[in-house]
Write a protein that binds this ligand. Structure first.
Ligand code: SAM
Length: 253
C-alpha cells in the first residue's frame, strides 16, 4: 500500500470507535443515498457490495431496505469493519479490502454502493472502471462522495494566510471524471455543519478519522496551524458539497 493510503487507513483505524459520535453529516448523506438507491433501482438487488462501509451507516439502511439481499461490506480499516459487524452482525459478510483495487471478488453484483469513502481514492476514474466490471448486467453503481467547494471556508482561511491547505482536490459535478467504460450522472446536494469554531471543526474531522492530508501534502507546522485556528475563532460553518453518482451497466462494457 502506498504510504499516503496507509496513513488514511491508520487514521480511520484509530478513530473507528469514536466515529459515530461526530458523524451527523455522514449519517444524513447515507440516508439520502439509500433513498436515492431505492427510488432508482427498478428491482430489489440480490447481491450488494459496499465500498468503505465504515461503521455501517449506509449498510444498515441497505439491510433494512433489502432484507433478502446478500450484503458484502468492505473497508480498508479492520476496526471500522468491527464496528460495522457490531451494528449488522450476521446480516452481512465482511471483507478487508482497498475499494480502489477490488481484487479476488467474483463480481456479478446487482448494486455496488459507497457513501463518503471515494473521496479518499487516489485514482477515482480507474477505481470506478474496476468497480464497474464487477456489476452484473443491469447492475447499478451508486455512491456519495465529496465535490469541489467542500470545506471552502477552511480552504479560504489557509489562502488568506498564504498557507497550503491539506484538503484533497474534490471533483466538480459538471466535470466528474467518469471513465468511458462506465458513464453516469451526478446530482449535488449542499449540507452545512455548524461548529463553535474552526478548532472545533478540525477536532471533529480528526475524531472522524478524516484528518489525513491530501496526497503529497505535509501537515502544517504547529505554529502555522495555530495561525489558521486563530483566524477562525467564533462560529464556523463547514459546507459539504455531496455528489451523488449513479451509473448502470445497462449496455456492453
Ligand atoms: C468518512 S468514512 C464513511 C464511512 C461510511 N460509509 C459512512 O457513510 O459513515 C470513510 C470510510 O472509507 C474507508 N476508506 C478510505 N479509503 C478507503 C479505500 N481505499 N478502500 C476502502 N475503504 C476506504 C475508511 O476506512 C472509512 O471507514
Amino acid at each position: 500500500m502506498i504510504p499516503e493510503k496507509s496513513r488514511i487507513a491508520a487514521a480511520f483505524e484509530r478513530q473507528a470507535a469514536a466515529y459515530d459520535s461526530v458523524a451527523a453529516i455522514q449519517r444524513q448523506a447515507a440516508r439520502h443515498l439509500a433513498r436515492r438507491i431505492v427510488a432508482r433501482l427498478p428491482a430489489p438487488p440480490r447481491r450488494i457490495l459496499e465500498i468503505g462501509c465504515g461503521t455501517g451507516l449506509l449498510s444498515a439502511e441497505l439491510a433494512a431496505a433489502y432484507p433478502q439481499a446478500t450484503l458484502l461490506l468492505t473497508d480498508i480499516s479492520p476496526a471500522m469493519l468491527d464496528q460495522a459487524r457490531a451494528r449488522l452482525g450476521e446480516k452481512a459478510e465482511y471483507r478487508l479490502m482497498d475499494g480502489e483495487h477490488p481484487e479476488g471478488l467474483t463480481g456479478g453484483f446487482d448494486l455496488i454502493a459507497s457513501s463518503l469513502a471515494m473521496q479518499w481514492f487516489s485514482d477515482l476514474p480507474g477505481a470506478l472502471a474496476r468497480l464497474g466490471r464487477l456489476l452484473a448486467p443491469g447492475g447499478w453503481l451508486c455512491f456519495a462522495t465529496l465535490g469541489a467547494g467542500s470545506f471552502a471556508e477552511w480552504r479560504a482561511a489557509h489562502e488568506a494566510l498564504g498557507l497550503p491547505c491539506g484538503l484533497h482536490d474534490y471533483p466538480r459535478a459538471e466535470a466528474f471524471p467518469w471513465p468511458p467504460e462506465i458513464p453516469g450522472r451526478i446530482e449535488a446536494e449542499t449540507l452545512v455543519e455548524h461548529h463553535a469554531s474552526g478548532r472545533a471543526f478540525a477536532r471533529a474531522l480528526k475524531t472522524l478519522g478524516a484528518g489525513a492530508p491530501a496526497f503529497g501534502h505535509r501537515p502544517l507546522p504547529a505554529g502555522a496551524f495555530r495561525r489558521v485556528l486563530a483566524a477562525l475563532e467564533g462560529e464556523f460553518h463547514a459546507t459539504y458539497h455531496v455528489l451523488y453518482g449513479e451509473s448502470c451497466r445497462c449496455g456492453p462494457m
